[in-house]
Design a protein around this ligand. Sequence first.
Ligand code: BGC
Length: 741
Amino acid sequence: MKPLLASLLATAVALALGTAAPGLLAADAQPWMDKAKTSAQRTELLLKAMTLDEKLLLLFGYASGDQLAQVDASIIPGVNAKEVAAKVIPGSAGYIPGIPRLGIPAQFQADASIGVRNPYLERTSLPSSLATAASWDPKVPEAGGRMIGNEARLSGFNVMLAGGVNLAREAQNGRNFEYTGEDPLLAAEMAAALIRGVQSNHIISTIKHYLINAQETGRTLVSAQISEPALRQSDALAFELAIEKSSPGSVMCSYNRINDVYACQNDKWQNQVLKGDWGYKGYVMSDWGAVHSTVQDANGGLDQQSGFPFDKVPYFAKPLRDAVDDGSVTQARIDDMARRILWAMFDKGVVDHPLQPGTIDYAAHAQVTQAAAEQSLVLLKNEGGVLPLVAPKRVALIGSYADKAVLSGGGSAVVTPIGGNAVPGLGPGGWLTQVWQPSSPMKALQKLLPATQFAFDAGTDADAAGKAAAAADVAIVFVHQWTAESLDAPSLSLEGNQDAIVAAAAKANPNTIVVVESGGAVLMPWASDVKGILAAFYPGSAGGEAIARLLTGAVNPSGRLPITFPASVDQLVRQQITGKSGGPLFTVRYTEGAAVGYKWFDLHGHKPLYAFGHGLSYTRFELGGLTAQASGAVSFSIRNTGQRDGASVGQVYVRGPQSAKWEAPRRLVGFSKLALKPGQSGKATINIDPRLLATFDETRREWVIAPGTYEVQLGASSDDIRATVKVALTGRRFTSAQLRR
Ligand code: BGC
């Protein structure tokens, strides 16, 4: 960053934080500052001391200063928007003023899930959330979340817009890379771990985008049409489980409509389900520009409007005050909105731990992101032991700027790389500029294999790629698919002539390996013609190093796919994304219900290219010792029968009886990753959450487990089951609330 800009920014942060200082009055004058009291008690005490205008102040958020400077100064009585604008950290997602008289700090919001996002701040980037989900080890996103939260706090942010957990229902969804896969249990475990890590820094994390925001095309126009049981058993279940496992301070409601009602004013899903059935105590903040009214949204369960002027109307500013005056929104509801925000601020430590910008330990964080990538990248194919590379004489690297960089996904999640964008000028531009992390796979490989000669070919011309491949002992072709927020992938095929480049290399060199940098699943028409395939997703700031260490065997691959890679698009529920952006309102009928991803493939007997849960290792594992109790306890063991240290994931699926009427034959009910030395074996025990065995009865708002015989399966992937046992269940009904007791 330029020194002048850096110092301006530091000043802006310091000024802004000045208003965030905690109350200095003695605890008896401000009894809510007494840390011995519970968050709920402190919140009630503080609420009593607040005026209506102060409560309203908490309910309305501002976007970054340059946008705000345009705004009419009188949108909130007594608040000058231009003065507020001066306090927003430049380039940040949002800001909510504090109330110094009461010791309430300002809220400084930033995006989030893979690192601190700000166009003016260079920060560490984790691999994409889909990549870290591929670790199948919650410790990985949890460590990543701790790192992000630490950088956030030291950068002056106390609310992180993280925790994307929407299921990968559409393979082409441009934001699949921001989410944690296609299965509700895996997605919930991984997103929850990230949120716990972020919040361990005494800051708030969101979970988002609530609910069923499954495509980017026309995201503000689409109505997701789906039955309640199907939603409860799929996308909503991912939120329900993740919220229980991580207690995020805030839930971000999404742009789309759910069964015709906008998510942010959806009484059913916000008031009845989230705050009612699930007992959620935190606050709902809107996505940026997702609010459509004052009264309907406030009464429909939205607690805080975000990022004005993204919504053209300041619904939760003066119009909300007017709605209170005319009785269309009650004072009790305003109290509830403020209560939820204050509770989160106390409970997550925002009030007690004032922000203090400081120096970030980038060297330590580079190790965190590299370790995350090393545990997450998935070895899809390894024929004839082409990998790991054993001191080849000549290696040709082809395509995707592999001499310089690795790709990031685009949109509000992209993190400005330390050292700047390694390949500037690509993509649609502006906030949708393609960002390439300056982490060179080629340089990293050169370090690890000093005796090998490396040649790089840009991969733009098939003949040249073929020649480069022919002149080497091993050809490694890097292919990429850039996806971004607000755009869905136009198709699952790689852009341009990349398939032809791979084909040319494969034809010229029998030892061809492909490294795929993508937002999610892509088609691989060349899969049977190459010997090795590594799914690198978007591997983060140290992605080049991680790729090199996996290819050379310095690290043994242990990632497993969190999504299905289809063999062709006609295996998908919908072959194309429905609707368009900028047109009229439209509907997508999710007729597959809860049969998302591998469940759909199982139901229809489709054989994918690479199944959910698939991933190879340089060693071998034996899975066995499967036992299961009617209580839901399942144990199994894994033995490393190969020659190298390695880690494997035991995946437990259950096949329900016909009478249970599940959406698909099988569901993932648990998993455990074990790191084992050669010859070593380890045992794991998991407890099945009863909701994973149930269907949802909409009329009685209860979960129902049907009596019958259930088959418990131990798999190395969803299509590689190694052992089964049967368990008889007597059947049972219960509510989500009963499970929390
Ligand atoms: C995205 C959110 C993000 C927000 C603030 C929106 O465009 O959908 O995920 O947190 O912007 O940047």
